[in-house]
Design a protein around this ligand. Structure first.
Ligand code: BF8
Ligand code: SF4
Length: 632
């Protein structure tokens, strides 16, 4: 199998092989063939009597685990725990931001403040905190307390859920018992009911997983709100992409992981340390780049280039030009110090819950954030001095990428067309057929399929069908690396209706050409930005999201976080495509619930389709079905 179609990855994979560096792709091959029981979800290790396996092929093979759990129960439990893993990750990210805001409110976080007061006040109003002449600092403390209260057991529905979805959806969730008792409570509930001897009804377990995923949505929404308040709501910005954004003459520092709490301070401190870098022999000063979602956070707020994605993170080191990689948490390969041992790169961990053996740990906290950021950058400058020019091999591949299209930015552009009613032009163009509908691209690269191939095929085909594309996280990173976040891509690939709409919006935004073919909506937690646009459309039309011609896709999904996001997308009413077969095929019942019953219950459902052409046909079919339902 071809490993990647990303030109920089292709070049560096050859370099890695020549240098004897083992990458995720090599380790994947060493795992083959992967265990069929695991692949189909038919393996359980939830108690010490296991592992138990169900044999789906041989009539004489075991059909029940030792405790009596059936294939359906084992598969549903496994999936539910993935959703809990994803939800716990996003929720920890959200809580981290709430704690930062709380510390700011107490005067214990000198490097932080309120960057977007308009959004701050808008969120306060939405969640029901009256300003009453209080200072921003006091209000920040109140908002943080309210945010933290979302996570534990509570009697009232989570505020960030109730105030951000359509009334109809809220009603439906209440009726189906799908409101989590709290965001962490949803995770704990799944862990409880999936342990030995609790829930032994596959459908009931899946409902628990959906409830947990609705908590995931809530935490993600909250995280985006707090990030925007603390660090600014993104506005359109042109940045670079690919590993060619590393510079030969600069101290190259990658910020990698997910949470902007650390990377924002590094960005702020880097400016003040340019002279130090130059004195160390780097005329280009400090060159910051991003990897994974931390990369997207700083890309959309500061125009910092996105170097690469999760799957190809090791290749950033293989350029021989990366002086430091500073990480927070999530999607960071434990192999980084091993790869770095062959080069000069300093791998720096910063979070108490995310250390890596072999890395340098500089523990970060908000009280002394600036000082810690300078310590990190100083280590990068020291590492730069050890760079070996003979090992340097920066691929000559860069692309421009327009990023920072927050929901607020979308509304602002639309308001140029119709100041009184910004959403109307979008609705008009959906109704008149210029736009067939909207597709949100999300999710990861997955080593099991050729990196970026499905992303690129799918996005070109959907754009040709006049589908408006939003993208986040590694999907946005993938498009950036292939030059698809550009006006030129619109000219080349968009169908006539989409091109006309993006050109009109581009003109309204004061650009020379159309808006990019895909709109970079942020990091993975920012998938809720796209959801908020869909909710605004639904509310204006007085319908539910489940009636809108909107679909989602994670064509190269890999992580548990993608599973929890996909699950809440379905819960919100979206047909949701996945291009990698999740470990559920061992239970026809679970497959049926996810792909069919969910549609009857929630309007949203999973479309599992690895073949790109067939996937496009199914998504276009889903959009047309929705249009028909609306009579357009
Ligand atoms: O949260 S898309 S590989 S980097 S999980 Fe990770 Fe997947 Fe990338 Fe961001 Ni999202
Ligand atoms: Fe086996 Fe049941 Fe224990 Fe799972 S919970 S390992 S199926 S005995």
């Amino acid at each position: 199998m071809e490993r990647s179609i990303s030109p920089d990855s292709v070049l560096l994979l050859k370099t890695a092989q020549a240098a004897g560096v083992t990458t995720a792709w090599d380790r994947y091959e060493s795992q083959l063939p992967q265990c069929g029981f695991g692949e189909t979800g038919l393996c359980c290790r939830h108690c010490l009597q296991g592992p138990c396996r169900i044999d789906p092929f041989e009539a004489t093979g075991p059909k029940y685990g030792i405790c009596g759990a059936s294939a359906d129960v084992i598969v549903a439990r496994g999936l539910a725990r993935s959703v809990a893993g994803g939800t716990a990750s996003h929720s920890a990210h959200a809580k981290h931001l709430a704690h930062t805001m709380l510390k700011y409110g107490r005067g214990e976080a000198p490097d932080y403040g309120i960057k977007d007061q308009d959004k701050f006040y808008a969120v306060l109003a939405r969640v029901g905190i009256a300003r009453d002449g209080k200072s921003d600092q006091e209000l920040a403390g109140e908002l943080a307390q309210l945010a933290l209260a979302e996570f534990s057991e509570r009697e009232e529905p989570p505020v960030w859920l109730e105030t951000t979805i359509t009334p109809g959806r809220m009603e439906k969730f209440k009726r189906l018992g799908l409101i989590p008792a709290g965001l962490d409570a949803g995770v704990a509930d799944v862990m409880h009911r999936t342990t030995n001897g609790v829930d032994a009804d596959a459908v009931n377990i899946l409902l628990g997983a959906i409830r947990c995923a609705i908590g995931d949505y809530t935490g993600m929404y909250l995280a985006t709100d707090l990030s925007d308040i603390l660090f600014g709501t993104p506005t359109p910005v042109i940045a670079g992409a690919n590993l060619g954004t590393l510079k030969e003459d600069a101290v190259n520092v990658a910020v990698h992981g997910h949470n902007p709490v650390l990377s924002e301070v590094i960005v702020a401190q880097a400016l003040g340390m340019e002279a130090e870098a130059k004195a160390a022999g780097a005329p280009g000063g400090i060159n910051l780049v991003g990897i994974c979602c931390t990369g997207h956070e700083v890309m959309m707020r500061h125009g910092i280039p996105t170097a690469t994605n999760s799957l190809s993170q090791e290749l950033a080191i293989v350029t021989g030009a990366l002086d430091a990689c500073v990480v927070d948490y999530q999607c960071i390969m434990p192999s980084l110090p091993e790869v770095a041992a062959k080069y000069h790169t300093a791998i720096i961990t910063t979070m108490p819950i995310a250390k890596i053996t072999g890395a340098t740990h500089i523990e970060f906290d908000e009280k002394n954030a600036g000082e810690k950021a300078r310590e990190v950058l100083r280590l990068a400058i020291e590492a730069y001095k050890k760079r070996d020019p003979a090992k340097m091999n920066i691929p000559p591949v860069t692309n421009d990428a327009l990023a920072g299209i927050s929901a607020e930015a979308v509304i602002k552009v639309l308001a140029q067309v119709n100041p009184d009613d910004p959403l109307q032009p979008l609705i008009d163009n959906i109704v008149n057929g210029n736009l067939l509908g909207v597709c949100l691209f999300a999710g990861c690269n997955d080593v099991k399929i050729t990196q970026d191939k499905t992303f690129v095929e799918l996005v070109k085909a959907l754009a040709a069908e006049n589908v408006l594309i939003l993208c986040t996280g590694c999907a946005a990173g993938s498009f950036a690396r292939h030059g698809l976040l550009t006006p030129a891509a619109t000219e080349k690939y968009a169908g006539p209706g989409l091109k006309a709409v993006l050109t009109a919006l581009g003109q309204a935004a004061g650009l020379d050409g159309p808006l990019p073919m895909a709109l970079h909506t942020g990091s993975c937690v920012d998938n809720t930005r796209a959801a908020s646009i869909a909710v605004a459309l639904a509310n204006k039309l007085e319908v539910d999201v489940s009636q809108l011609p909107v679909v989602a896709t994670a064509p190269e999904a890999a992580m548990e976080k993608a599973v929890s996001i996909g699950t809440w997308a379905v819960a919100m009413g979206l047909p949701t495509h996945v291009g990698v077969v999740p470990p559920v095929t061992g239970s026809p019942l679970v497959v049926q619930v996810l792909t069919q019953t969910a549609k009857e219950l929630l309007g949203g459902y999973f479309i599992v389709e690895p073949d790109p052409k067939a996937a496009v046909a199914k998504m276009v079919g889903a959009l047309k079905e929705r249009r028909q339902g609306l009579g357009i």
